[in-house]
Write a protein of this length. Structure first.
Length: 123
């Protein structure tokens, strides 16, 4: 699964690649400069929206992941307001989405209940 991501420090967009480890558990494995509208294999559906159903099954970052190509951040977060994927250095605290500029509290995926909605942040 390929997704566009935005650098939380520079605002530059880039492509990230997830590998399915087991049924619906995705691991972030690679990143590339620039973005793709059609994904690595040139199929429109490769740019998948990470939704609550996907996230609730599990997502992790490979120990071999090189990080954001712009700032080297090894983590990511998904904005609860616009669903943009951002790179991230922190594991807790307040964050601001580089796409929509919404502020919010960083909530680890494992703390979201199976029936919970993704948290909505306010400006």
């Amino acid at each position: 699964m390929n997704n566009n991501c935005i650098c939380n420090q520079t605002g530059e967009k880039y492509l990230i690649v997830f590998q399915e480890l087991k049924a619906q558990h995705w691991q972030l494995i690679e990143s590339y400069f620039g973005i793709s509208r059609k994904g690595v294999s040139s199929r429109e559906d490769n740019i998948a929206k990470l939704d609550h159903a996907t996230l609730s099954k599990g997502i992790s970052v490979s120990s071999e992941y090189a990080g954001c190509p712009y700032c080297n951040a090894k983590g990511i977060f998904i904005c609860g307001h616009c669903m943009a994927i951002n790179c991230n250095h922190a594991k807790t605290g307040n964050i601001t989405c580089a796409e929509c500029r919404t502020d919010g509290e960083l909530t680890p995926i494992h703390e979201l209940g199976s029936g919970d909605e993704l948290p909505q942040s306010e400006k």
